[in-house]
Design a protein around this ligand. Structure first.
Ligand code: 9WN
Length: 445
């Protein structure tokens, strides 16, 4: 890619972010996702940081303004108001009515959360802050820091009562909706009977085959009804609720984010108590992932708490030790070999050697369908960051080059891409795709 194409791509990516800017927060995408999403906002802030670090901080401040008193940062903040076309809207969650933890917030929210990319975003913002702006941005990071610690504490305790180091996910919407990782757990849910509903996503997109099925949606919505019945109370949920998965990808992001938070403690003047607590979560997270790592396959397995069974599928999540920047040379070597094997990036049918969401060798693989095969640029961005930190500069450079080629070739900043053809899929003008392209295409410092 020439310097000229980089500049053109950056301009196009910036135009996507500006087009989706709702004034202090950014729509995840103009058509399908008109509100503020949690982990989208973190990636989006990284994109904004290349245009204006102050705007980048505002994105996260707006998100954290909707943090629950438990520390949870909700997966959607319904900022666009009731007129916005998105299903399911706030009435399905009804959080403020059923739990005091969600009262007094500036907007309605959902009652679940997504992977904690936020500390990684704040660290990136700080790295990109020009010297004259440092005092002002440092002050804003100082103000946000306790909220970040509160968020991580919620994940390390409320979502891990066993102190296993692994986060319990409550819902497929906590990141990777229709990943085959959830299939067996969803199939076990008896008699889902959500109230009547009409989906909007399939008609907005035009091609239902790129989205979850109605079978999935029945279960997604039924789980929301159960969460509401349990008043989003973690103790009740752990006792009664049917869908509880130790999600190794979510847990790996928390490990990486705890390392970023420790770095930020230096910027924000975090006290010894905070540092010790965060370091403890970091160690526990690494140990938890090590227990889930299978040296034979080279993959890390999720664990279904209710069924008491490991979830051994070849998906991007199996690379949790890489996403967590594992210090273990054995794990790292096995994961790097697997990454470029025919099951993943070395598959000869791939258009680019990028990490697909599900291995083409898995029976559940579908090249067009959402988290069941397509390449998601944000996932490859996380992997790219990890490879840089692990000292795999050449492999990281390849991921960056191919990711940019994928977007340039498609001419679109879509949500996900067909791994075999590179065709753009899902929502067009997706903010987080534009954001990671801005980071990849940035001129070297
Ligand atoms: C449900 C916004 C979100 C992403 C998720 C992605 C998708 C929503 C949906 O879009 O999920 O949260 O309606 O399909 O799976 O990761 O945060 O971009």
């Amino acid at each position: 890619m020439t310097a000229g194409t980089d500049v053109a791509l950056r301009d196009q990516a910036a135009a996507v972010l500006r087009g989706n800017d709702a004034g202090g927060w950014t729509k995840a995408s103009p058509l399908l996702y008109p509100h503020q999403w949690s982990w989208d906002s973190a990636f989006i802030a990284i994109g904004w940081a290349h245009l204006d670090v102050r705007r980048a901080m505002t994105e996260l401040e707006q998100l954290f303004a909707a943090q629950w008193s438990t520390g949870m940062v909700p997966h959607i903040v319904f900022r666009a108001g009731r007129g916005a076309r998105y299903f399911p809207g706030p009435e399905w969650w009804d959080c403020a009515a059923v739990t005091p933890a969600a009262r007094g917030l500036p907007a309605q929210t959902t009652g679940i959360c997504q992977p904690p990319v936020h500390a990684l975003a704040v660290r990136r913002i700080w790295q990109l802050t020009p010297p004259p702006l440092r005092p002002a941005i440092r002050a804003r990071i100082q103000a946000l820091f306790p909220r970040l610690v509160h968020w991580h504490r919620y994940l390390a305790t409320g979502r891990d009562p066993e102190a296993s180091g692994l986060v319990t996910a409550y819902h497929p919407w906590e990141g990777t909706d229709n990943s085959p990782r959830w299939d067996r757990a969803l199939a076990r849910i008896e008699a889902p009977r959500p109230g009547p509903y009409t989906r909007l996503d399939t008609s907005e997109l035009g091609d239902p085959a790129q989205r979850p099925t109605d079978w999935d949606y029945d279960r997604y919505l039924w789980l929301v009804e159960l969460l509401r019945e349990y008043r989003y109370d973690d103790e009740q949920i752990h006792r009664h609720y049917p869908f509880q998965i130790k999600d190794v990808f979510f847990s790996a992001v928390l490990v990486a984010a705890n390392a970023a938070l420790l770095d930020l403690a230096g910027v924000a003047g975090g006290g010894d108590g905070d540092r010790a607590e965060v370091a403890g979560w970091l160690d526990r997270g690494r140990a938890g992932l090590t227990r889930q790592f299978d040296a034979g396959s080279g993959l890390c397995a999720d664990y279904d708490v209710r069924a008491g069974e490991q979830i051994r599928l070849r998906t991007f999540a199996g690379f949790a030790p890489l996403f967590a920047r594992t210090a273990d040379a054995g794990q790292r070597g096995a994961q790097l070999r697997l990454l470029d094997s025919a099951d993943f990036c070395g598959n000869p049918r791939l258009r680019w050697p990028l990490l697909p969401s599900t291995s083409p060798a898995e029976p559940a693989f579908e090249p067009h369908n959402y988290w069941r095969g397509p390449v998601w640029p944000v996932i490859d961005w996380l992997l790219w960051q990890s490879l840089i930190e692990l000292g795999c500069a050449d492999r990281a450079a390849g991921l960056r080059r191919d990711s940019l080629a994928q977007v340039t070739g498609a001419g679109e900043f879509n949500e996900y891409f067909d791994p075999f053809t590179g065709a753009p899929l899902g929502s067009p003008r997706q903010s987080w795709t534009a954001a990671v392209v801005l980071d990849w295409a940035a001129p070297p410092p």
